[in-house]
Design a protein around this ligand. Structure first.
Ligand code: COA
Length: 182
């Protein structure tokens, strides 16, 4: 179900039938990919690296001609589009692929678009529908088109993810240490 991936870590979880035909793809442990009402696509001739405990939701697209890197604990919500190439140039210019990096623990909200050349920091929350055109620092909420920093985010100790749920490894959650841990 994980198509052309040359490395897939432990315990992948695939819902539905994503199209995964990227030619240079490595995936870490605990990968969850859903492909439901919209088919999920991970494709292209570029180098795609997906870290541990990442989640790609239904209808998301990752397309790479150069390099797309997702760190650990990254979530892409429904119909997020991550691309490292514009595919077509304008004004007679050739399209230029530029690498995309999404940092550890970052959550990209539904239908957001991450454009070529963007590096998003760690534990960033990208609002639904954002168009990320420029680099984003760590630990902020960005939203809008073009995406702008809305506010800084603060996290409890040991919290690794911007996308909190019962499976988050935060203290006190189902998978996390008890709350009294340091
Ligand atoms: C980003 C998000 C988490 C922010 O939630 P929040 O902390 O409660 O933020 P607030 O509602 O306090 O909003 C803060 C400001 O950002 C704006 N804002 C929030 N989300 C926005 C978005 N997606 N696009 C544009 N502006 C947004 C608000 O209007 C508000 O602006 P104001 O200060 O001028 O009034 C939430 O709005 C969001 O987009 N979640 C994504 C949900 C999703 O995609 N789920 C997918 C399921 S896997």
């Amino acid at each position: 179900m994980l198509g052309t991936a040359t490395r897939v870590g432990a315990n992948p979880d695939v819902l539905g039938t994503p199209i995964i035909d990227a030619s240079d793809l490595e995936i870490g442990d605990g990968f969850r990919v859903w492909s439901a009402h919209r088919q999920t696509l991970i494709s292209g001739p570029g180098r795609i690296r997906i870290g541990n405990n990442c989640f790609v939701n239904a209808g998301a697209i990752i397309y790479s001609e150069l390099a797309v890197t997702l760190g650990n604990d990254v979530a892409l919500a429904n119909e997020v589009y991550v691309m490292d190439t514009p595919s077509h140039g304008i004004e007679g210019r050739n399209p230029e692929a530029k690498p995309v990096v999404i940092g550890d623990g970052t959550w990209v909200g539904a239908r957001a678009i991450v454009l070529p050349g963007v590096t998003i920091g760690r534990r960033v929350a990208v609002g639904a529908g954002a168009v990320v055109t420029k680099d984003v620092p760590d630990d902020v909420l960005v939203a809008g088109n073009p995406a702008r920093v809305v506010r800084p985010l603060t996290y409890p100790p040991l919290c690794r993810r911007a996308w909190h749920d019962i499976y988050c490894p935060c203290p006190g959650s189902l998978l996390g240490p008890p709350l009294e841990s340091p």
